[in-house]
Ligand binder design. Structure first.
Ligand code: GLN
Length: 288
């Protein structure tokens, strides 16, 4: 059979099994991955015979996708901020809306000389590593409670030739005690456990719960980070979060209570309040 015919079969299978808007493109991406060729190369080969030695592997990748496994967990690749990230099921798949957070932080950091940035709960490293990649004069530290996530963030840093980051495994600020930063950024787990059943199968059944869920209506990690952030921020340091739907106003209230000023909320392309940034008004002594 021709490559084109097998792609049409795969498209149908993905269309039936998932709610993907782009089943045809997904069928191609899986084949590009299996054959290790570019999109351009695949298009030239469309009317060639399907290489039989790859047929079983391709069929099983298509079946995995059709049964709900996210594409990025099959190809182990997700682009974020135009950079390639390796992902597996121990880290959240980077989302396009998180790029808004990164862009805000880069804008803030450009006004600071040699900015130091802490990314809490880095997962694949997409936030911290993108900042390090686009701001060569920054010094970026990343933390995650999951050793598997830290291993992946390190692997991504290596692929992106980023050599000067600091990686810490531990809970929130615990591994950076005594350090201070110009900017603290986080996209913490913000889905309330009660919302679990409203999530698409791709998310609920495949992405790591530790990266998705926060107690107290999804506000648990914001509360913890905001309450402690000033101990780890320089004078007039910045705190920047991604937030879930309806959370931005709660997060900005919490920031106000803890003495943050110049609170700014940025909407995503769907009009959802997605990013909250603020400035620390005074420095408190570091408590341990
Ligand atoms: N910082 C990572 C991301 O934005 C992981 C976030 C998380 O695990 N909640 O994708």
């Amino acid at each position: 059979m021709k490559i084109k015919e097998i792609l049409t079969w795969a498209e149908g299978k993905i269309y039936k099994g998932t709610s993907s808007d782009i089943p045809a493109r997904e069928a191609e991406i899986l084949l590009e991955y299996i054959l290790n060729i570019s999109r351009e190369k695949l298009y030239i080969k469309l009317y060639e015979e399907f290489p039989s030695e790859y047929l079983e592997e391709y069929k099983s990748a298509v079946s995995e996708r059709a049964s709900g496994k996210p594409l990025a967990y099959i190809t182990h690749r997700k682009e974020f901020m135009s950079l390639p990230f390796f992902v597996d099921s121990s880290v959240l798949i980077p989302r396009p809306e998180t790029e808004i957070l990164v862009e805000e932080v880069i804008t803030i950091a450009k006004n600071i000389k040699n900015p130091s940035v802490l990314d809490i709960g880095t997962g694949s490293g997409c936030i911290g590593l993108s900042i390090a990649s686009y701001l060569k004069e920054s010094s970026v530290s990343v933390t995650d409670i999951s050793p598997e996530a830290i291993a992946i963030a390190k692997k991504n840093a290596c692929h992106l030739s980023l050599t000067s980051l600091s990686f810490y495994c531990g809970d929130l600020f615990e591994p950076v005690k005594g350090l201070v930063f110009d900017i603290i950024v986080s996209n913490p787990p913000y889905i309330s456990p009660e919302e679990m059943n409203t999530l698409p199968r791709e998310v609920k059944d495949y992405e790591p719960s530790v990266a998705l869920f926060g107690e107290e209506k999804g506000l648990f990690f914001y509360k913890k980070i905001i309450a402690d952030a000033k101990n780890y921020l320089k004078k007039e340091g910045f705190l920047a979060f991604e937030t879930g739907i309806t959370q931005a106003s709660h997060v900005s209230d919490l920031m106000k209570i803890h003495g943050f000023e110049q609170i700014k909320i940025v909407k995503d392309l769907s009009g959802i309040e997605r990013v909250v940034t603020a400035v620390s008004s005074e420095q408190l002594p570091v408590t341990s």
